[in-house]
Design a protein around this ligand. Sequence first.
Ligand code: PHE
Length: 348
Amino acid sequence: MASRMGLEIMYEEAKDAIEKASDLRELDQIRIEYLGKKGKITSVLKSLGKLSPEERKEIGLVANKVRQNLETDIAEKQEELSRLEIERRLALESVDITLPGRQPVFGNRHLIAKVIQDITNIFIGLGYKIAEGPEIELDYYNFKALNTPADHPARSLQDTFYIKRESIHPSDNDILLRTHTSPVQIRVMKKQGPPVYIIAPGKAFRRDVPDPTHSPMFHQVEGLAVDKGITFGDLKGTLEEFTRQMFGKDRQIRLRPHFFPFTEPSAEVDVSCAVCRGAGCRICGTGWLEILGAGMVDPNVLMEVGYNPEEVSGFAFGMGVERIAMLMYGVPDIRMFFDNDMRFVKQF
Ligand code: PHE
């Protein structure tokens, strides 16, 4: 059993060890050795019961005092070691707060994405909703339902990439990359009854050899309005409003008769040149620049989707996004949009 003397020696040893401890882990080992559940001091305190009352009082007092002192010593050392540890780390991981900040790299929207957004915002303002369809499309939606059967000569103008051809002659189930956004018209009308006011932005694909004005992948924004009593005048008024908002108040549009299988009558629409305002100049040649195709939805198309052409009528249009972007921003070659040259991409 420990004597008063033994306890004092124990305390001196512990104090010595605490002073010499070089890190927090070592200090904790010492704490466990003396004050832990099976520690030296703890054992003395636990065995006090076996002593005579006088001894218990004396040894108890000393042992408790030793415990208190050790607790204080350890706490003080702990503080000192923690402070040293922080200083050591600060020295290692020093931060120079006088350095200039690092500028994060900001990306920017691609010009095509920006132009699509500008176009769609105008039509959203006119009450249209955005619709989407798949880029990998069935022959049925891309051609057949748009009044363009397998043997129709208009198909040769829109040759495309066939993913899988079931037969030598095109069938409704052939899978292809859509040649325009017009199949979205069919998908929307098959899903809902009139009235319909939608725009459908997206990619289209055609078998074209790339040159300054052709790319095998490009973007269109489709528009479709079907309701009671829609007229060609509504189409013209809508396109005029769009042109003014998109290109400026002083710009004119011109409708030239054209043919599309899925609209009747049909037109190609030109916008007056910003430079010569229709007179003809070096930039535009004739004074007018073509931006879209449009027309009144063919009754055959309305019947195909289950609408009654005696009750409702509609107009549709499809505009080329790259075309419009090139006109508005003076981009001389369509391939620049897809070259991924950052000097070009970052300008807008
Ligand atoms: N889909 C036609 C094209 O890509 C454009 C168009 C859309 C024409 C809607 C009329 C109506 O050339």
